[in-house]
Design a protein. Structure first.
Length: 217
């Protein structure tokens, strides 16, 4: 079976009008991890409209995208801010790293080899947690440059009253973590916070970032 994912960042300005904010691409590949003629044929066909790449490690690429969705899309939605805005806050930056570290630990525990997409999925000097320093700062800057000031898609879901994909993002990390005995208190707290927002018990606000950190220590 052939699968694919998008590495494009875009915001719907109005129905029928979208703004792409990065030089992303579509990634396709066989779910079984092999090379195939059809993946190349599909790449050539789709490349008429958008940049398309082929991978033999689609599962790893899916996890690489999930790592960023967990720590960018969801946190931005909860805070009601773009990544650049929330990462400037100490609690926002700490929450980003802790969320990412947990998700990466789950990916590696499951035997997946995350694939480089926007950045190397494993931060510099990573040893189970992100190590502060110049190398990590440069790694984060690469991510910031990729997402810029794009509004999180989940925040748009909140604003439009739509069902979010939280169960397939941070929720998936939490569920998978249980299978491999990995502790993910931050991702679990994020899931509960999103539930509270969608149920009208809370609303997107930067103060929620610190609350998540407090409840997950």
């Amino acid at each position: 079976m052939l699968g694919g994912l998008s590495n494009l960042t875009a915001t719907m300005l109005r129905p029928g009008t979208y703004e792409q904010s990065n030089a992303g691409y579509l990634l396709i590949g066989e779910l079984g991890g092999c090379e195939s003629d059809r993946s190349e044929r599909v790449r050539q066909w789709l490349s008429r409209a958008v940049n398309v790449k082929v991978t033999t490690n689609l599962q790893g690429a899916v996890w690489s995208k999930l790592l960023l969705n967990c720590s960018i899309t969801t946190i931005g939605a909860i805070a009601g801010l773009t990544m650049r805005a929330y990462i400037d806050r100490p609690e926002g930056r700490e929450l980003f790293y802790r969320t990412y570290d947990e998700a990466l630990s789950v990916a590696l525990a499951s035997g997946v080899r995350p694939e480089k997409m926007l950045v190397d999925p494993i931060p510099p000097r990573w040893n189970g947690r992100s190590i502060p320093g110049e190398a990590l700062d440069l790694w984060l800057i690469e991510i910031l440059n990729g997402y810029d000031d794009a509004k999180a898609s989940m925040l748009q879901d909140f604003e439009r009253g739509r069902t979010t994909e939280i169960d397939f993002i941070n929720g998936y990390v939490v569920d998978t973590a249980r299978q491999f005995g990995v502790n993910t208190p931050v991702n679990a707290a994020i899931v509960e916070t999103v539930y509270a927002i969608t149920q009208g018990q809370s609303a997107p606000d930067p103060s929620l970032l610190g609350q998540i950190l407090q409840t997950s220590r």
